[in-house]
Every structure is written in structure tokens, then in C-alpha cells.
Ligand binder design. Structure first.
Ligand SMILES: Cc1cc2nc3c(=O)[nH]c(=O)nc-3n(C[C@H](O)[C@H](O)[C@H](O)COP(=O)(O)O)c2cc1C
Length: 277
């Protein structure tokens, strides 16, 4: 229905989502799972609208509006349909973080209490577990099956079973939503939690990517030191804010670790600090 703008019209206006869900519920005895579009600013209003309309569950996310690129020779964006392009639907691995956020936002909402089916970038059992931990009661897979075939679902089932056994869970139901209360708003995070980057010279290949990234993109927290006849980057702890950028750009496993430096003092949120309690 995208050619007629139907999906967008229903998914982006909560009143329509509610109304169409009611219509479907009126005429069907089957369970109704309303699929939510991620092309909205905030996922909770359409989710609640589906619930209000009588949906038995919601599934999310659908694909994200996108233009994959432009052929710089012809200057025609992809996909080239006789010289013209239109937006496509972004999906697969890249959308997983967006999908996880939206699933967790709904799962965290106290007034939202119908089941969630998680979709978006699920390739492995681990991805499936992540969605379930953040509140999805089951998961769906599209792109990965298109890419690798249905057989990857067998691998996911095996991996999930092994994970549940290892963790001592009797049923997959035991992990649903287990990480939901670990997500909060920024203002509730502990400002006293203090980590610093540390360079482990035995694994450092002296590529200096950490230095460049920190110098130009973060907090100028690196200096160089001579050690064993070589020049190594070293963290200036007084400057390091623990942002993790150096560890992310480091290509050598184990060369940069993030190490806890606070002394376990009472957690303090931004609100508590600014309000002086
Ligand atoms: C080629 C293609 C066609 C799709 N068609 C539909 C569709 O007709 N209706 C729908 O609700 N979602 C459709 N989707 C969205 C998928 O069901 C899924 O929500 C989305 O791709 C994210 O999951 P994934 O990362 O596992 O692909 C389509 C996705 C792809 C890649």
C-alpha cells in the first residue's frame, strides 16, 4: 500500500491507527497484531493507539525511510527507475539499535501492556535474545532469511536453547523483559560512575588511532611515552572522561580497556547533583 501512502497514513497518525485497529477487530476473530512504523518521532503514541483500538499485540519495527545513495556519475539516486528514484525501506543489521530502542520504549511504558513482537536486524540467536530481554515476547526475521534462507532460524533455535540451558532458564518466557528496567532516562544515570581508558602496551600496535580520535574528536586525553624503545600512546587520566571512543577505534583486541576508577561512592544523578541532595 506504500504506493497509495496507506501505511504511512495509518502508522503516523495515532488516531488512525486506533480507528483501523478497531475496524479489523470488529470483523475478525483472529488475534490482531498491529505492525508499527519506525518513521515517527516517538513510538509510544502509535503503540498505545493500537492497544486502545483493541490490538492483541504490536510488532515493530517496519522499515525506515531511506535513500541508499546517489550514482555520482549519472547523478541519479538509487534505485534508478528510468532516471527517477524514490525512498526505500532500510532494514537488516543496521536498524537493530533503532528497533531495540523502540521496543524498549514501549516495554518501559507503564500504560502499555500488550505483547510485543520484535523485528529489525535479527541475524543470530544473540540478536533474538537482546530483543526478548528488552521486552519482545517473540521475534520475526525478514532480511536475514532473504539473505541466508530459512535454515538460519534453526541455528537461532539451537543457540537460544543453549543459552537458556547455560543460564539455567526453564523457558524462554523467563528472559522476556529481564533488561527492561536497566534502561532509564539520561538524567537518572549515575554521575559518580567513573571509568578511564587504559592502554595495555603488550597488545598495542602503535597505530595511534586512539590518539587521533581523542585529540580531534573527543577530550585530548592522550600523550606519548617512550617505553621499551618504542613510542606508545598513554591516557592522561585527569583529562579522560571515559567516553570509550579510543577503545572503539582501536583495531587491536585488548590494547585499550575501560577501567573503573571511582571508589564506589553513593550513586548521584544529575538531578540530585543540581538540586544539591
Ligand atoms: C523486501 C522487503 C519487503 C517487505 N515488505 C513488507 C510488507 O509488505 N509489509 C510489512 O509489514 N513489512 C514489510 N517489510 C518489512 C519487514 O517485515 C521488517 O519489518 C523489516 O524489514 C525489518 O526487519 P529485518 O531487519 O529483519 O528485515 C519488508 C521488508 C523487506 C526487506
Amino acid at each position: 500500500m506504500s504506493e497509495r501512502g496507506m501505511g504511512a497514513a495509518m502508522g503516523q497518525v495515532p488516531e488512525y491507527t486506533c480507528m483501523v485497529t478497531e475496524w479489523v477487530k470488529e470483523v475478525s476473530d483472529l488475534p490482531v497484531i498491529v505492525k508499527l512504523t519506525p518513521n515517527v518521532t516517538h513510538i509510544v503514541p502509535p503503540g498505545k493507539a493500537a492497544q486502545k483500538g483493541g490490538a492483541d499485540a504490536v510488532s515493530l519495527i517496519n522499515t525506515i525511510n531511506s535513500i541508499m545513495g546517489v550514482d555520482v556519475e549519472t547523478m541519479i539516486p538509487y534505485p534508478n527507475v528510468n532516471g527517477m528514484a524514490a525512498h526505500g525501506g532500510y532494514c537488516g543489521t543496521a536498524v537493530k539499535p533503532i528497533a531495540l530502542n523502540m521496543v524498549s520504549e514501549l516495554a518501559r511504558d507503564a500504560e502499555f501492556n500488550i505483547p510485543i513482537s520484535g523485528i529489525g536486524g535479527i541475524n543470530t540467536w544473540r540478536d533474538a535474545v537482546e530483543f526478548m530481554l528488552l521486552g519482545a515476547g517473540n521475534v520475526q526475521v525478514c532480511t536475514a532469511v532473504m539473505h541466508y534462507g530459512y535454515r538460519i532460524v534453526e541455528d537461532m533455535i539451537d543457540g537460544l536453547n543453549a543459552y537458556l540451558d547455560e543460564k539455567g532458564f526453564a523457558s524462554v518466557n523467563d528472559i522476556i523483559g529481564k533488561s527492561v528496567n536497566r534502561v532509564t532516562d539520561w538524567g537518572n544515570l549515575d554521575l559518580n560512575y567513573d571509568v578511564k581508558a587504559h592502554v595495555n602496551e603488550e597488545h598495542c600496535i602503535r597505530c595511534n588511532l586512539c590518539y587521533v580520535a581523542c585529540e580531534d574528536g573527543a577530550h585530548q586525553s592522550f600523550e606519548f611515552v617512550e617505553s621499551n624503545g618504542h613510542r606508545y600512546p598513554r591516557v592522561i587520566e585527569a583529562e579522560c572522561v571515559g567516553c570509550n571512543l579510543c577503545a572503539l577505534v582501536c583495531p587491536s583486541p585488548g590494547a585499550i580497556t575501560m577501567e573503573r576508577r571511582d571508589d564506589g561512592t553513593e550513586p548521584q544523578t544529575w538531578k540530585q547533583r543540581t538540586q544539591g541532595n
